[in-house]
Design a protein around this ligand. Structure first.
Ligand code: SAH
Ligand code: SF4
Length: 421
């Protein structure tokens, strides 16, 4: 989401004469697009904001701005902590970035605006400057209404609001016409898309766009992933066989305390339904360990649950206390060492499951969308399968954006290696 929004902000800034640069020493403007979903993200940003103070000393005209979730959450306090920051713009004001920068250029007056958190998004007509040339993110909605008790997102991104289908279709069409092959539709919970069509209806419409080769979406909340969505995926043209379906935990007691509004049983039922309709689906998830009140019994239930579901992959997080969320005040917060030990055990088990699942693809030929040379070796190219699995292979005559068949000859937990056939 932040990548997508950074691309849109870069688009706004280009309209007023800025171009992207990697060079801090010659930059006229440094903009931090921030996250605060966990304390680690926040600490990292405060560290980075401190680090760039030296560039302001080198170039006093340099403008430093902070936008995004941490800007929304900390507002004035952020400026107090880092007085070299020139402006703070909350998430509901992102559409006004260009105007704020222009105002600052002329007035040079420190500025903070975190009002209107659920405000309309005003930069819809600005062409994003996209990273890469193959795969693009297209937001379909902003905000979240779910209020999971651990989560800061609804507090810093405001209420759910959906873009209208025509706007989304036109953005995807433009992006595909510009050469992108893969589109990922984004929202905190795409199943509650409400822009005049349901999410499955929107997905079917986007799937019809000429030239689009792969269609993905993120994220689905298990509480309202509908039969119609499963059917749209099962009968889709270019909709990829992958669902990211964050479960967060594997015991009903904790799920209820998290306000996730589903049970272990209903989640398993949903997985069964999805796998019956789309047999080659890849299923990934998010998990949080160390939620307040977590007992060893709850944790063991989660391990058992992982064995049962057999996810292709999981993003695992240690519970991070977010001030302002209900869970931050819950009793029986889990001790730090125990959280880490449980995370290790959870990861170990999921890695074993991921590897076992991946081994089934040993020797198979998979369809890979070529993304480009690997960061460490220009002769090795990378790409992803329709199931979103990462594949590395020696570069031959293929181009970035091609779809090639790769025969897998080496299987690892996180990636595959193979040869173009
Ligand atoms: N809207 C998406 C997730 C957005 S946040 C969804 O509900 O699926 C991405 C992930 O961060 C969540 O799925 C959750 O696993 C994790 N997360 C959110 N708040 C957290 C917290 N306080 N501590 C640790 N992990 C958290
Ligand atoms: Fe956070 Fe829950 Fe909303 Fe996801 S659905 S963003 S976890 S509140």
């Amino acid at each position: 989401m932040n990548v997508a929004e950074s691309e849109r902000m870069a688009g706004q800034l280009q309209k007023i004469g800025y171009t992207l640069t990697e060079d801090f020493e010659t930059a006229d403007l440094i903009l931090f697009n921030t996250c605060c979903v966990r304390a680690t993200a926040e600490d990292k940003i405060y560290g980075k904001i401190g680090e760039i103070k030296k560039y302001k000393r080198l170039n006093p005209a340099l403008i430093i701005g902070v936008v995004g979730c941490l800007a929304q959450k900390d507002g004035e306090n952020l400026i107090k902590h880092a007085p070299h920051v020139d402006f703070i713009l909350g998430t509901g004001r992102r559409g006004e970035l260009a105007k704020v920068v222009q105002d600052f250029e002329s007035k040079r007056r420190q500025f903070v605006d975190t009002s209107n958190v659920s405000g309309l998004i005003d930069d819809e007509n600005i062409l994003p400057i996209r990273a890469g040339s193959v795969s693009a993110f297209v937001p379909i909605m902003y905000g979240c209404n779910n209020f999971c008790t651990y989560c800061i997102v609804p507090h810093v991104r405001g209420r759910e609001r959906s873009r209208i289908p025509a706007e989304i279709i036109s953005e995807v069409t433009e992006t595909v016409n510009a050469g992108f092959k893969e589109i990922t539709l984004l929202g905190q919970n795409v199943n509650s898309y409400n822009g005049g069509k349901t999410f499955p209806e929107l997905l079917r419409d986007v799937d019809k766009i000429d030239g689009l080769q792969r269609l993905r979406f993120m994220t689905s909340h298990p509480k309202d992933l509908s039969d119609d969505l499963i059917s749209a995926m099962a009968h889709g043209k270019n909709i990829c066989e992958h669902i990211h379906l964050p479960v967060q935990y594997g015991s009903n007691k904790i799920l209820q305390k998290m306000n996730r509004v589903y049970t272990v049983e209903s989640y398993l039922e949903l997985v069964k339904k999805i796998r019956a309709a789309i047999p080659n689906i890849s299923l990934t998830t998010d998990l949080i360990v160390g939620f307040p009140g977590e007992t060893d019994e709850d944790f063991q239930a989660t391990l058992k649950f992982l064995q049962e579901v057999q996810f292709d992959m999981a993003f695992t997080f240690i519970y991070s206390k977010r001030t302002g969320t209900p869970a931050a005040t819950f009793e029986n917060q889990v001790e730090e060492n125990l959280k880490h030990a449980r995370l290790d055990e959870l990861m170990k088990l999921q890695n074993k499951i991921s590897l076992e699942k991946n081994l089934k693809l040993d020797g198979a030929t998979v369809e890979v969308l070529v993304e480009g040379a690997s960061k460490t070796d220009k002769n090795i190219f990378t790409g992803r399968t329709r199931q979103n699995k990462l594949v590395l292979f020696p570069h031959e005559s293929e181009n970035v954006g091609d779809i090639v068949n790769v025969k897998i000859n080496q299987v690892q937990t996180w990636l595959f290696k193979g040869q173009i056939v």
